[in-house]
Design a protein around this ligand. Sequence first.
Ligand code: F0G
Length: 372
Amino acid sequence: MTRYTGLIENYRDRLPLAPEARAISLGEGRTPLIKLENLTKQVGFDGELYVKFEGLNPTGSFKDRGMTVAVTQAVYEGAKAIICASTGNTSAAAAAYAVRAGVTAFVLIPDGKIALGKLAQAVVHGAVVIQIQGNFDDGMRLVKEIGETTPVAIVNSINPYRLQGQKTASFEIVEELGRAPDFHCLPVGNAGNISAHWIGYSEMAGVATAISPHHGDGRFLDRPLTTTRPRMVGYQAAGSAPFMRGGPVKDPETVATAIRIGDPQSWKLAWALQEESKGWFDECTDDDILATQKLLAASEGVFCEPASAASLCGALRDIKAGKIAPGSTVVCTLTGNGLKDPDIVMKDGLKSLIQVPAERGAVEKALLAHLK
Ligand code: F0G
């Protein structure tokens, strides 16, 4: 057994990094692909339904995959500081990887509407946190402007190294299933992650894709590891669904704050991959997203954050509607960990607590009332 040291060392031959670039890593990647046996039965689906739980990365989201590669390259190029705009997870990852690299992280976050756990991560890792009186889209615009004149490396997903790191989630899925799934469902904000996954699947299949900024021709592999690629399906929150509206949404609103984005940065890539993969975009209401978050937690023991639940929410609906054909193999990405945002489930969660005197009889009575 060799010690697992993160996805750069694992996939170095398939990443556009110089051989001498020192990997800045926290051991990210290798997240579990969990088969949802209970839910599959509950909805009467005769295919296979999996979740790739990216919330088990070191900082609790898929962003670590992109950040390890982006920060490694930035440091290799001599950067002393990195910058990002973020709805919370990117800033948490940037802050942590900056510490590993010994550089400064500047993070621009929206005014409110950021989960407390994510903000705590940026603070505890010593990032310079700048709260702007605006939303993510305002932050992104400012980061791009500042990046043009200031010596800071932008580590948002407009940095192609981010997508290169994130494509490795597809590698892991194909390795584990022995083939690509038929459908891959993701929550969509900027659409960087869905684009990264498509690049990854295309490389595994040895097929060129129009969207890869670096390598879409599978030339890293002697022979393809899968003969097919999945149909890619992206779900947005209804109040924040520019892909459904056909253009930017001015004041995006959703309880799924991670994907509260009105002007997606990977707009063109996403439409191109939708066409190539014969996939689709759709939207989920906040109520349905939260209901799915609870359903997953209560029926499978997996606690993801609200934005992440959008993938499963849409997938279950499209399975029921037959849009995802019976017998299919479906993977849903759970992008972030539910522990980052406990407030949301505790809003009525506290009501379920049973308060009793510290006496055996009272506790026994409570148990008996709940024994199945
Ligand atoms: N899910 C979670 C938990 C996220 O944090 C994000 C994006 C997405 C999904 C959407 O991914 O943008 O690649 O389509 N969060 C960014 C951030 C915007 O700042 O943390 P995408």
